[in-house]
Design a protein around this ligand. Structure first.
Ligand code: DC
Length: 230
C-alpha cells in the first residue's frame, strides 16, 4: 500500500536554517520542496530592477499593476539536484540571495496583492500533498490543515552569525553589523505586518535551534515527520 503523503509546513524567523532542514527532509522523504521566501525575493528583485523600490520610496501601486506580468517558477538544477527559482524564465537563484534583496523583501512581502498571488500558487503546488514548504505563513495561511507544522527560531545573534558566514563564504562583501541589522529589521516587519504576520500556528511544534547541531535538528525533525506519516 502507498504511504500516506502529508504536508509539512516549516515557518519561523529569518535565517533559522528552515530551508536547510526542509531540503534535507524533502530528500529523505522523496517529497517536493518549495522555498516560498524565494518567491517573495524574486518579486522584490523584479521591483528593484524597475526602480519601483529603493531606500527612499516604494511604488506599491505600480508593482500591483506589474503582477500579472510576473511569472515565478522553479526548475531542478541537474547538477545539484536542487530547485532554482526562475523569474519570467530567467534563473535568479543567486541574485535573490543578496543582502540588497533582503533589505527590501519584507516591504514587498507586506503587500496583500503580492501575497494573494503567491499563496494561490503555493496552494496549487501542494494540492497533491507530499510537500515540504518553508516560509512565514505556511502553517497559518497557506496550509492551515498541514499534518505537521514546525516553527523554528534561534537568537538573532546566532542567526546573523550563520547568515554572515554564508554570505562571506560565497564572496559577498558585507559586515556582520549589517547582517544583524537586517535580520532584526526583517523579523520586526514580518511579525508586525497587517496581512499574514509571522506567528506560530497554535498547533505548530516550536524548535529553538540555537544550541542544536544541524544533524541533531534534522534527526529530531525526521522522527516527527515519520511518526506523523506512519
Ligand atoms: O525565507 P526568506 O528569508 O528567504 O524570506 C524572505 C522574506 O520573504 C522574509 O523576510 C519574509 C517574506 N516571506 C513571507 O512573508 N512569507 C513567506 N511565506 C515567505 C517569506
Amino acid at each position: 500500500m502507498d504511504k500516506k503523503k502529508i504536508i509539512i509546513a516549516i515557518d519561523g524567523h529569518s535565517s533559522t536554517g528552515k530551508s536547510t532542514v526542509a531540503k534535507q527532509l524533502a530528500r529523505a522523504l522523496g517529497y517536493i520542496y518549495v522555498d516560498t521566501g524565494a518567491m517573495y525575493r524574486a518579486i522584490s528583485l523584479y521591483a528593484m530592477r524597475l526602480g519601483l523600490i529603493d531606500e527612499s520610496h516604494f511604488d506599491e501601486i505600480a508593482l500591483e499593476g506589474e503582477l500579472p506580468k510576473i511569472n515565478i517558477n522553479f526548475r531542478i538544477n541537474n547538477e545539484s539536484g536542487l530547485a532554482e527559482v526562475l523569474l519570467n524564465g530567467e534563473n535568479v537563484e543567486r541574485e535573490i540571495r543578496t543582502l540588497a534583496v533582503s533589505k527590501f523583501v519584507s516591504k514587498v512581502a507586506a503587500v496583500s496583492s503580492v501575497r494573494r498571488k503567491l499563496v494561490e500558487q503555493q496552494q496549487e503546488m501542494g494540492k497533491d500533498r507530499g510537500i515540504v514548504m518553508d516560509g512565514r505563513d505556511i502553517g497559518t495561511v497557506v496550509f492551515p490543515d498541514a499534518e505537521l507544522k514546525l516553527f523554528m527560531t534561534a537568537t538573532a545573534k546566532d542567526r546573523a552569525e550563520r547568515r554572515f558566514i554564508e554570505l562571506t563564504e560565497r564572496g559577498d562583501n558585507v559586515t556582520y553589523e549589517d547582517v544583524l541589522k537586517n535580520v532584526v529589521n526583517r523579523d520586526h516587519i514580518d511579525s508586525t505586518r497587517k496581512d499574514s504576520p509571522l506567528q506560530k500556528a497554535e498547533d505548530a511544534i516550536k524548535i529553538d535551534n540555537s544550541n542544536l547541531t544541524l544533524s541533531e535538528q534534522f534527526n529530531q525533525i525526521l522522527k516527527l515527520a515519520q511518526s506523523t506519516i506512519n
